[in-house]
Design a protein around this ligand. Structure first.
Ligand code: NAP
Length: 338
C-alpha cells in the first residue's frame, strides 16, 4: 500500500494522510502494553505513517521515552522519515491532577530541552502548547517557539485547542503549520468559525478524538469497566444515559458500515478524511490490530449518498454530553464563544 500524503498547512511539512497519536500508549485509556506499543509505532512507520504525536505530560515523560525507544529501534530509513509532533505546557502533580498551563517563554524553552532528551532527537518537527495559558499572551509563547526554530531545535509551530481569535494572533506572530483539535462525527464544533479561519490562513488541522476516544469505534460497549485514571470514567459522553444515547448513534452508523463492508471505526475515520485535504486524522491505535483497522479507512470511499446517509444517522449535534468534564472545558480557548 502506498500511503497518501497531505500538507500541514501552506508552511508545514508533507505528512502521511493519517498520523499516529501515541497518548493512549502511556496514559488516560487504561493499561497499555509497552512492547506492543513499540511494535505499533514500528508497524505504522512501515505502513508509511510519518506523523507521530505525543505530549510531554502524557504520563510525565513516559510517552516521549516510549516514542524515543520506538524511534531508536526502528530501521534508520523509517526513522529518518518520522516527524514528531509534541505538546507541552500542561502542569500536573504526581497523582496526575491537572494544575494549569505554563506558556512563559522560559518555560517553553525548558520544556523543549527535556523533550529533546527524552525523545532522543536533535529537533522536534512541530511544537505546540497543549492549551492556551490564560496568563501569557499567545504571541509570547509562539515567539519562544520561533526562537527555538531559529536555533534549529524545532521546525514548525503548531497550535492546540485554541479559538479563531487566538489562531489569528498566533499566525500574525509566526507561520503556523497546524491546529490540533478534536474533530469527529460527534464533535463538529470547529465547523462554525475555527475551520473557516484555519482555511483562510492556510493552516492544517490535525484532528484528534476521531473515534471520540473509542466511543464511536464500534468496539466500545456498556459493559466496559474503566479504571479511575481512565479519562472516559469522567467524560460526560461515557456516563449513564448519555452513553446509551451515544451508543445508539454508533448502532445507526454500524448499519451503514455493514452495507459498505467496512467497520464502524473505518467509516468514522473515512468521514473525517473526507472533510478536506487540509485535515489529518490522528489515530489513537495502541495495538497493531487497531492500527491495521484504522489504516483500512484510507481505502474507504464515501460518495454523496454515503455522506448523506451518515449525516442522517449521526446529525451534527447528535451527541449527548460535552467532550470534556466541565473543569477541563473551561481550559479550552476553542470553546469560548466570541
Ligand atoms: N491536543 C489535544 O488536546 C489532544 C487531546 C487528546 C488526544 N490528542 C492526541 O490525539 C491522539 C488521538 O486521540 P485519541 O487517542 O483520543 O483518539 P481516538 O482514536 O478517538 O481514540 C483512541 C481509542 O479508541 C479505541 N479504538 C477502538 N478502535 C480503534 C481503532 N481501530 N483505531 C484506533 N483506536 C481504536 C482505542 O482503545 P483500545 O486501545 O482500548 O481499543 C483507543 O484507546 C492522541 O494519541 C494524542 O496524541 C491530542
Amino acid at each position: 500500500m502506498t500511503m497518501r500524503t497531505r500538507n500541514l498547512g501552506t508552511t508545514g511539512p508533507q505528512v502521511s494522510a493519517l498520523g499516529l497519536g501515541c497518548m493512549g500508549m502511556s496514559a488516560l485509556y487504561g493499561a497499555a502494553d509497552r512492547a506492543e506499543s513499540v511494535a505499533t509505532v514500528h508497524a505504522a512507520l512501515e505502513a508509511g505513517v510519518t506523523l507521530l504525536d505525543t505530549g510531554d505530560f502524557y504520563a510525565m515523560g513516559h510517552n516521549e521515552m516510549l516514542l524515543g525507544e520506538a524511534l531508536r529501534t526502528a530501521p534508520a530509513a523509517l526513522r529518518e522519515k518520522a516527524l514528531t509532533s509534541v505538546k507541552f505546557g500542561a502542569l500536573r502533580d504526581p497523582e496526575g491532577n491537572w494544575m494549569g498551563y505554563d506558556g512563559r517563554p522560559a518555560a517553553v524553552k525548558n520544556f523543549a530541552s527535556y523533550s529533546l532528551q527524552r525523545l532522543g532527537v536533535d529537533h522536534i518537527d512541530v511544537y505546540r502548547i497543549a492549551r492556551l495559558d490564560p496568563d501569557v499572551p499567545i504571541e509570547e509563547t509562539v515567539g519562544a517557539i520561533a526562537e527555538l526554530i531559529e536555533k534549529g531545535y524545532v521546525r514548525h509551530v503548531g497550535l492546540s485547542e485554541v479559538g479563531a481569535e487566538t489562531i489569528r494572533r498566533a499566525a500574525a506572530t509566526a507561520p503556523i503549520a497546524d491546529l490540533q483539535i478534536e474533530y469527529s462525527l460527534i464533535s463538529r464544533g470547529i465547523e462554525r468559525d475555527i475551520l473557516p479561519t484555519t482555511r483562510e490562513l492556510g493552516i492544517a488541522v490535525t484532528a484528534y478524538g476521531v473515534l471520540s476516544r473509542g466511543l464511536i469505534s464500534g468496539h466500545f460497549g456498556r459493559d466496559r469497566q474503566l479504571a479511575a485514571g481512565d479519562f472516559r470514567a469522567h467524560s460526560p459522553r461515557f456516563q449513564g444515559e448519555n452513553l446509551q444515547h451515544n451508543l445508539n448513534l454508533v448502532e445507526a452508523l454500524r448499519k451503514i458500515a455493514e452495507q459498505k463492508g467496512v467497520t464502524v471505526a473505518q467509516i468514522a475515520i473515512a468521514w473525517v478524511l473526507a472533510r478536506g485535504e487540509d485535515i489529518v486524522p490522528l489515530i489513537g491505535a495502541r495495538t497493531r490490530e487497531r492500527l491495521g483497522e484504522s489504516l483500512g479507512a484510507l481505502d474507504v470511499t464515501l460518495d454523496a449518498a454515503d455522506l448523506a446517509a451518515i449525516e442522517k444517522a449521526v446529525p451534527a449535534d447528535a451527541a449527548a454530553g460535552e467532550r470534556y468534564p466541565s473543569a477541563q472545558m473551561a481550559h479550552l480557548d476553542s470553546e469560548h464563544r466570541p
